[in-house]
Design a protein around this ligand. Structure first.
Ligand code: D5M
Ligand code: FE
Ligand code: ZN
Length: 480
């Protein structure tokens, strides 16, 4: 005998002309009726689309996420995680090491370019004037625009050089250079022993073709949930989690969920934050996170990275959210806790994940870049081959012995969050994904005129790189 509630749920399908195969009944005896009610409705909708009117055990097993397509690969590797590499050298010595490491790593990257054969140290060109142009490379320490010239200060381990730019187009290129970024410059010798900068070359990304997954597995890109905040879109997020275990053919192909920081809203992150929190402790916030993620089927791997609101260290690079706040999350087999930044491989597709704190500093100092277009800032990071070039502004950077923020490996997908605006783009074959947020506009954001587009889940087919989205925000007309 079927339970009464179960019969009511099944009547919904039967009334629509569906047959329920006997094999399905046994399965149904043991499921949560509340969950079943929604799933049956979704199965009915899906089957009508497919013009099929029988529900059998296989359907139910698939839709409940119990039986999955075995041909769909779900393999991952962690290629880089700073958590275990963090040493935090102290004070000025640490920063000397950090900048030396930045210089050496980027010089190695730029040495692939033909011009690098003509590279000289700054000290050597200062001591011997030549008729031929030469190249130097170093970190930009200052940029000064005066009337119709631009002066650039570049430093390498041997010394510092002030170069003058007369050319208008080159001045525009110089305007886009970020403080402390690495650059290569062609130098001509002026009549009055000055140095004239004639070309500026960023390390940038060479043309390349991206790695693809063999199977049409989907990865979901999320960030900035801000769980614990009054403005966290809990209902919409739950709807999305529910969709993940539903019968939609795309949902059935999802094997990875990536969460790119600001998972929780945190405690004491900004003044009077407690008034905007529904969960007042980190533990409570992370427990809520665990309860929400619990509804994601086990065959989906969930990658969690910290942002500036999450517990642990504030300065970049950040270690993974410490285990002590929620050992349960760490112990889950399908949850992988990462530091910020991190590089993972999903079925061979390399994904560089970075929360995106440095975007704030870059939009402040770079003409033409703004919060409305985070992917343009992401392109700038790729050109500089560094995730947080500017030192000493709003984004804290720890004095590590090695600069772990240099983009050494070229990713296939670059995933960033932080600015709460979902956006997509392509740069030199790299798919750029800013995954937006799941937090409604906060009073602070309203006061500075930031308009987020929260409640959008972006998902990428790892074989074709086709991007799909699900919009859970009923207030959003202009989706992307
Ligand atoms: O930040 C979401 C976005 O809002 C991010 O671009 C920074 C900006 N933001 C947030 N708080 C501030 C303050 N106090 N000053 C300047 N800009 C801010 P999130 O990391 O989610 O808080
Ligand atoms: Fe955020
Ligand atoms: Zn953030």
């Amino acid at each position: 005998m079927l339970k009464k509630e179960l019969s009511l749920v099944l009547n919904y399908a039967l009334n629509k002309g569906f047959q329920i195969h006997p094999s399905a009944f046994e399965f149904l005896e043991n499921v949560d009726v509340k969950k079943l009610e929604r799933i049956i409705k979704e199965i009915v909708r899906e089957k009508i689309k497919q013009k099929s009117f029988q529900i059998n055990q296989d359907d139910l097993e698939n839709y409940f996420g119990i039986k999955e397509d075995k041909d769909l690969l779900g393999e991952y590797k962690i290629l880089f995680d700073p958590s275990s590499k963090i040493t935090s050298a102290e004070g000025i010595i640490g920063y000397n090491f950090l900048f030396a490491s930045r210089f050496n790593k980027l010089k190695r990257i730029i040495s692939d370019r033909p011009e690098s054969k003509l590279l000289k140290t700054i000290a050597s060109i200062k001591s011997s004037k030549s008729n031929e142009d030469v190249y130097v490379c170093g970190l930009v320490t200052a940029r000064i625009s005066e009337r119709n010239i631009t002066k650039l200060l570049v430093e390498d381990p041997s010394g510092s050089l002030e170069g003058i730019i007369f050319d208008n187009d080159l001045q525009k290129t110089a305007d886009l250079l970020l403080n402390d970024q690495f650059v290569m410059a062609r130098i001509g010798f002026g009549k009055n022993s000055g140095f004239i900068i004639k070309d500026l070359i960023s390390p940038d990304i060479p043309d390349q073709s991206s790695n693809r997954s063999e199977s049409e597995t989907f990865a979901v890109f999320l960030s900035d949930l801000h769980i614990g905040s009054k403005y966290f879109m809990e209902n919409e997020f739950k709807e999305f989690i529910f969709w993940l275990s539903g019968p939609d053919p795309v949902a059935r192909k999802v094997r990875f969920v990536l969460i790119c920081g600001d998972v929780v809203d945190g405690v004491g992150i900004y003044p009077n934050q407690d008034k905007e929190l529904v969960c007042q402790t980190i533990e409570e916030q992370l427990k809520k996170m665990e309860d929400l993620l619990d509804k994601i089927p086990d065959h989906i791997k969930i990658f969690i990275m910290p942002g500036n609101h999450d517990p642990g260290r504030r300065a970049l690079p950040q270690p993974a959210i410490p285990k002590k706040f929620n050992p349960g999350l760490w112990e889950r087999e399908n949850v992988i806790m990462l530091g910020n930044p991190a590089v993972i491989s999903l079925n061979g597709v390399k994904v560089l994940m970075f929360h995106g704190q440095s975007i704030d500093d870059i939009v402040k100092t770079t003409p033409g870049l703004s919060y409305d277009s985070p992917t343009n800032v992401m392109k700038q990071l790729l050109r500089t081959r560094h995730l947080s070039p500017i030192y000493g502004s709003q984004t804290p950077i720890a004095p590590e012995l090695e600069d772990l923020l240099v983009i050494e490996e070229i990713p296939d997908i670059f995933h960033v969050g932080h600015v709460h605006r979902a956006q997509l783009d392509l740069y030199k074959g790299i798919l750029l994904v800013n995954s937006g947020s799941w937090q409604n506009q906060t009073p602070f954001q309203a006061s500075v005129g930031m308009t987020p587009n929260p409640g959008i889940a972006l998902m990428v087919n790892l074989k074709t790189f086709q991007v799909l989205h699900q919009n859970y925000n009923s207030n959003l007309d202009n989706i992307l």
